[in-house]
Design a protein around this ligand. Structure first.
Ligand SMILES: [Zn+2]
Length: 436
């Protein structure tokens, strides 16, 4: 009768409440999570304050972590807005939460509302990616403007025709560029390359004075991340010709290669770290071979740019170990954002474990929280959710390293503190006056 006890055990287990997220019972995990919960984070990459339109019909095109049905978002609606999802009706819960949000926003004002949100998520500072600095206070929310906007000085039909997203994206870029040209006191985009580069450098200086803490390239969506070493002479010829006759795609890319490298140098001189989207991204037009993080090799190994700090936004995903390896270079940093919603906690912990093994002093806590169409209410719902699950993944990764004898408990806590904010403080030159 050896089978009876086993059968009884199985029956007893089946009757019990299903247990999810079992790592929460692990004492090692709990000790680490509790210690690190006291640390207020710097979020290296967000799109907070941007407005979106909630559209659960987008769910079918999205990975699970960007769907309205992700239980993490229901938890945020319940915990942050007192609006639980009932009977699976996310839209009704979102509508109730939106009312609470509007009431809070009018009572606290936008500045107070976002400060309150950052306190709730234990975020000291969030970097915000957007073209213009409107809505950014320069203290808790800090601006990362898009350097990609500076790479389209000429008519770009050869690039626009590649896809509908290229057409609308480049049109928007050129509208933004016009505004920067006007802000520089110019009537039109400069007529020659030398004057255009002077405008680009003056714009970087002005962005810095306006509170920019880094610049961002999102070119992986539009072109290859290989930036060739193009001579000034060739770039000047292309610039002059492209003003009157359309450049081919290859010619336009060569001009961009030259401009991008000038920006890498100029950003370094101004102590503006360079953020580069280096991973897969929102489908359907991104080309995976072009977005491959290894395409950055020629720039990242070039000593002329060793004084510029580069941040691999989204960490080379899915080539995370290449990203982790690249972060061994003194001037390269690793941003974990977007993997925060793409991967469940144990999978994200697996990525973080890899990066922690290679370059723990280079890993930057970051979410990429945004107002994706599947996110109810707005970017803050996703941010609330991702701050929680990402901290959990970090503690889980560190617990694994302690358990495997790679580091001891104290070293793991110190590593976690650096990931949450110490590394970012070093990168951006901020002192750690608050929030410990
Ligand atoms: Zn982003």
């Amino acid at each position: 009768m050896t089978t009876a006890p086993i059968l009884m055990t199985v029956v007893a287990l089946a009757a019990a409440e299903p247990r999810t997220r079992p790592w929460r019972d692990d004492p090692l995990f709990r000790r680490l999570a509790e210690r690190l919960d006291r640390v207020r984070a710097i979020d290296n990459h967000t799109h907070l304050i941007e407005e979106g339109t909630f559209n659960p019909a987008s769910d079918a095109r999205m990975p699970l972590g960007l769907r309205s049905t992700d239980p993490r978002y229901a938890e945020a609606l319940r915990d942050r807005f007192g609006s639980p999802v009932k009977g699976g009706d996310v839209s009704a819960a979102a509508a109730r939460a939106a009312k609470v949000r509007a009431e809070r926003m009018s009572r606290l004002g936008p500045g107070g509302y976002w400060a309150d949100h950052l306190d709730y998520t234990r975020t000291e500072i969030a970097l915000v990616n957007q073209d213009f600095r409107e809505g950014i206070d320069g203290r808790r929310l800090r601006w990362v403007p898009q350097a990609t906007n500076l790479l389209y000085p000429l008519p770009a039909e050869a690039l626009m025709k590649r896809s509908p997203k290229h057409r609308t994206g480049i049109q928007e870029i050129q509208v933004a560029l016009k505004r920067f040209v006007a802000e520089s006191g110019l009537d039109a985009v400069p007529a020659d390359l030398t004057t255009y580069v002077a405008f680009v450098e003056a714009t970087l200086t002005r962005w810095k004075q306006q509170g920019a803490v880094a610049v961002k390239f999102w070119d992986a969506y539009l072109r290859t991340l290989v930036f060739e070493d193009v001579s000034e002479e060739r770039a000047a010829t292309l610039y002059a010709r492209g003003r009157t006759a359309p450049l081919t795609r290859e010619e336009y890319l060569a001009l961009q290669d030259y401009l991008a490298r000038r920006i890498f140098s100029a950003a370094g001189e101004r102590k503006l770290p360079v953020h580069i989207h280096s991973s897969n991204g929102v489908p359907p037009f991104l080309r995976t071979m072009e977005a491959d993080v290894r395409n950055l090799d020629s720039v990242l190994t070039d000593v002329r740019y060793f004084d510029t700090q580069f941040v691999l936004i989204h960490g080379g995903n899915p080539l995370v170990e290449y990203g982790a390896y690249l972060a061994l270079k003194p001037h390269v940093w690793y941003d974990m954002s977007a993997m925060t919603f793409l991967y469940p906690v144990p999978d994200l912990a697996g990525v973080l474990r890899k990066v922690l093994i290679y370059a723990p002093e280079k890993l930057l806590f970051s979410t990429d929280a945004a107002a994706y169409p599947g996110i109810p209410v707005g970017s803050e719902v996703q941010h609330s959710s991702l701050c929680r699950s990402s901290r959990e993944a970090l503690a889980l990764a560190l617990a694994g390293l302690v358990r495997d004898g790679v580091v001891d408990m104290d070293a793991a806590v110190r590593m976690g503190e650096k990931v949450l904010r110490g590394n970012a403080e070093r990168l951006y030159g901020w002192s750690s006056a608050r929030g410990r």
